[in-house]
Design a protein around this ligand. Structure first.
Ligand SMILES: NC(=O)c1ccc[n+]([C@@H]2O[C@H](COP(=O)([O-])OP(=O)(O)OC[C@H]3O[C@@H](n4cnc5c(N)ncnc54)[C@H](O)[C@@H]3O)[C@@H](O)[C@H]2O)c1
Length: 676
């Protein structure tokens, strides 16, 4: 692409008939930036940094010609201008955009930084604080915001006016009627050095907390700072120096892997050519924790939603939950409260099945009880139209069992949202052997419209996400009941693995009672290799259920948990009775808690419940918060050395005979280790 643009520029600049140059995109995009599969190749190649440096130099040279060549240039931005696309637009002497155009530098999401002058031109167009925020978040700016910020000079009302307007601006520049602005030389918007430095250092502190030892945010901020103090040219050199080594950093490799893995997820073999049907009217059964989040999300996305509860009181509470979620989101996004009325207008609360005959999809999110769910699905078959998709949000129950009392198994599917449903990106789509291909395709389409990452998985207890992570909680429980402090385990997982919260903080969040209930179901299915803890039961008996009762492993003031060593001591003593006290290092904690997750992931792979290895990585990141900059649980395991993971599990299996089956590496993992 760079070479093609350079060639076209050369021709245009040499042609006396050409007065000015206008860039636009051929399709829906202006330009979407880097070739990411190629970046992956570079990230893994030993010469990656050198090849990158050469490419960056060519990019800078090209941007120089665009910005300061013999003829004025204008970007006619007809759609997304992302990464290198926005860098090209910023090098142009003016930008004209449509109302639907968007502008972003998402490079940091890939563990790299903008490499064609983005770190220098954006601060000069919109100011340091705005530029730092845009680059560190990687979020694209919509047209109106970009125009307000100064990134776009003019917005056209109708797409058909884009090119004529851009040409007019370009010709006016060529005729000297309009100044030819060069972003790299702009001084009016960058602001004072002191204020710029303040914005950079503030962002550095925030990003250190978030980026957990990854180098790209600091590299980006350093390059911006050089530009601020030493000028744009020096800043470009700093940008190039910082970018080239980043490409082979472990975090860039991991984030690029994660990006490509996520892009693969919606591609399910066998569904080629099947178009998702339109889903517009959806009923949700149950307005509890999950149902309310699902309803709120759908209202945001413009669906007509029916919410059914068991009685008026529960319905009132359910609607209140939905209202609270929506108002919190509106407040956070600084949107007017009128949006609430508009959203709620599309909600129909009910205690009956009225209106279900019009639904394209029903999502059941009621209590986790097989008998009740079976009865509800039998009812749904009677009241819904024959094409309606019947989905369950169960977290553990076999989907076939839920549909056992119906003749509608071809349209029954699991749509497993994660809590909070309006926030967590993963939507596990569980297909049984009876679920039709059309229903799977519809579910993927629905997930995409909700902005979720759809991962299609097979039907087994715990499905994929909860199944691969059940050993996580059980291993921690084994350590705790054998003398290791739960708060130490949480600290180690956060500081060494970079999990967003410790395992006991997670248990407190979802509920100690839920954990005990789920362990029962998991133990029934995978009992031979489970560790069944007693601690949870003792806490449950004392109503220490976690955040919902204000105390669990931690004591809560609002959502903030504080360790409660004294309060926990009698429960620990009871749970540890008759068990040996073991001594472990921090590294051993990491291995004993995380490697069993790798082992169970291997079992899921061996049983064919996921389409590809990388789906497991996506599930671990989007469902359980495993850090994206480590690429997902299997990617991380491979980086650790699969043979090492296997050996260490075998070691723990031998060292702790009471849990020897829990730690024993499965055949699939042993095979991987042999091949490694
Ligand atoms: N809480 C989680 O973290 C989580 C995560 C993923 C999946 N799930 C699953 O989602 C489902 C709901 O979980 P939850 O945490 O929202 O439960 P919850 O107890 O908060 O809410 C359940 C709601 O369903 C209502 N209900 C019960 N029977 C009903 C019926 N016949 N018709 C309509 N409403 C009925 C109840 O009144 C209650 O308001 C369960 O299957 C659970 O396993 C939960």
């Amino acid at each position: 692409m760079k070479a093609a643009i350079a060639e076209a520029m050369k021709k245009a600049n040499a042609d006396p008939a050409v007065k000015a140059i206008v860039f636009t995109g051929a399709g829906k995009f202006f330009m979407a930036g880097a070739d990411i599969p190629n970046l992956r190749k570079l990230a893994s190649a030993s010469t990656g940094a050198d090849v990158m440096r050469k490419g960056l130099q060519e990019g800078h040279d090209l941007m120089d010609v665009v910005e300061s060549g013999p003829k004025p240039t204008v970007a006619a931005v007809n759609g997304p201008a992302l990464g290198g696309g926005l860098e090209l637009a910023m090098a142009c002497n003016a930008r004209v955009g449509t109302k639907t155009s968007i502008y972003g530098l998402p490079e940091l999401k890939l563990g790299i930084i903008p490499g064609m002058g983005g770190t220098q031109r954006l601060p000069r167009l919109i100011g340091v604080a705005g530029a730092v925020k845009a680059m560190l978040s990687g979020k694209p700016m919509p047209a109106k915001l970009a125009a307000k910020a100064g990134l776009v000079d003019q917005l056209v009302k109708k797409s058909k006016d884009l090119l004529p307007t851009a040409c007019k601006v370009a010709l006016a520049m060529a005729a000297g009627q309009l100044p030819r602005r060069k972003a790299l030389e702009e001084k009016s918007r960058i602001g004072s050095k002191a204020r710029g430095e303040e914005a950079i250092e503030l962002a550095r502190v925030k990003s250190k907390r978030k980026a957990k030892g990854t180098p790209h945010a600091a590299a980006c901020l350093d390059a911006i700072k050089v530009g601020l103090f030493e000028g744009g040219r020096k800043g470009l050199d700093a940008e190039m120096d910082a970018f080239a080594p980043l490409i082979s950093s472990p975090s860039a490799k991991s984030l690029i892997h994660m990006f490509l893995a996520t892009r693969q997820c919606p591609k399910v073999p066998g569904l080629e050519g099947i178009k998702p049907r339109k889903i517009q009217t959806v009923a949700v059964l149950g307005g509890g924790t999950m149902g309310a989040g699902i309803v709120a999300l759908m209202l945001f996305k413009g669906y007509n939603v029916i919410l059914k509860e068991i009685n008026e009181k529960a319905l009132y509470v359910g609607v209140e939950r939905v209202t609270n979620i929506i108002s919190a989101v509106l407040k956070r996004r600084k949107l007017p409260s009128i949006a609430m009325e508009m959203g709620m207008r599309n909600l129909t609360p009910t205690t009956t099945y009225e209106g279900f005959d019009k639904c394209d999809l029903v999502v059941e999110a009621i209590v986790e009880n097989i008998g009740i769910k079976q009865k509800v699905f039998a009812d749904l078959e009677k009241v819904c139209k024959p094409s309606c998709i019947l989905a369950t949000n169960t977290s553990t129950i076999d989907i076939d069992i839920i549909g056992e009392k119906t003749n509608a198994r071809d349209r029954i599917v699991g749509l497993h949202f994660f809590s909070p449903a309006h926030v967590m990106p993963l939507l596990e789509i569980i297909r049984t052997t009876s679920t039709s291909k059309q229903v799977v395709a519809d579910s993927i389409g629905y997930a995409k419209r909700l902005g979720k990452t759809p991962v299609t998985v097979g039907n087994c207890v715990g499905f994929t996400a909860n199944r691969i992570f059940f050993p996580y909680g059980q291993a921690a429980a084994f350590l705790v009941e054998n003398g290791v402090c739960p708060y130490r385990i949480d600290r180690v997982l956060k500081s060494l693995v970079h999990m967003p919260m410790g395992v006991h903080e997670m248990v407190d969040l979802s509920g100690v009672d839920i954990g005990v209930h789920t362990t029962g179901i998991i133990a029934k299915a995978y009992g031979d290799r489970c560790y069944i803890p007693t601690m949870g039961r003792y806490l449950m008996e004392a109503k220490r259920l976690g955040q919902k009762t204000g105390v669990g492993y931690y004591v809560y003031q609002g959502r903030r948990g504080v360790p409660d060593a004294k309060g926990l001591a009698p429960f620990l003593q009871k749970a540890r009775q008759g068990k040996p006290t073991i001594k472990v290092t921090d590294q051993e904690i990491v291995e004993m808690v995380m490697y069993p997750v790798v082992n169970e992931s291997c079992r899921v792979l061996a049983e064919g419940h996921v389409i590809r290895d990388s789906d497991i990585d996506v599930v671990s990141i989007t469902g359980y918060g495993f850090p994206a900059h480590k690429g997902g649980i299997m990617f991380w395991a491979k980086a650790q050395g699969i043979d090492k993971v296997c050996q260490r599990l075998a070691h723990y299996s031998k060292t702790y005979p009471s849990v020897s089956k829990f730690f024993a590496p499965c055949d699939y993992l042993q095979n991987l280790a042999r091949k490694a």
